[in-house]
Design a protein around this ligand. Sequence first.
Ligand code: NAP
Length: 168
Amino acid sequence: MIINLIVAVDNLFGIGSCNAMPWGNIKEDMKFFRETTINKVVIMGRNTYVSIGGEPLKNRTNIVLTTQDSFENEKVDDKTSLLYKNSLEDAFNYAEDIGETEVFIIGGEKVYRDTIETADTIYITHISNNYNCDIYFPQFDKTLFLKEEIKSFMYGDIDVDIDKYSRI
Ligand SMILES: NC(=O)c1ccc[n+]([C@@H]2O[C@H](COP(=O)([O-])OP(=O)(O)OC[C@H]3O[C@@H](n4cnc5c(N)ncnc54)[C@H](OP(=O)(O)O)[C@@H]3O)[C@@H](O)[C@H]2O)c1
């Protein structure tokens, strides 16, 4: 299974504050996220699922990790589903069972920490500002990855760079 991580970070690698992303909606980044994950399996922690509004992302297989057993799976339409799994292993097995060869880990901190060591690719949107986050993307050894610049743009007066890190 190919493991992709996708994340937006501030200049201290902060990823969130009060269970939200403090920089608001960066349209260009949201477009990149959508284009990269569309029709794929996305895996997220339960806090992240709550933070995106408690609705599955359209045209994706949404897997939400939780230790609880009280949530109901849901098939929204032919291309959109919501599944709760109790472990990463169960999530990967499910993706494999439906014929997928890759998954996208979309947060949050806990799930990134649990997958960073085995990540094949990490897509990072670098937002060059400090947002006083209370939650962070884990440190990783960048020498193990090849960095490719995907796009750069301005968000107001803030530089934003989207980079792809591929494990060498
Ligand atoms: N900047 C970005 O790109 C980005 C992306 C995503 C999220 N975020 C931010 O990240 C924050 C949320 O991150 P977080 O670390 O608090 O939470 P999280 O990783 O989203 O969710 C943690 C919860 O997920 C469940 N979980 C995680 N790993 C599990 C596993 N291996 N097996 C079973 N259950 C598992 C547990 O839920 P139960 O308590 O139900 O057992 C756990 O309490 C928010 O601020 C959000 O805005 C930022």
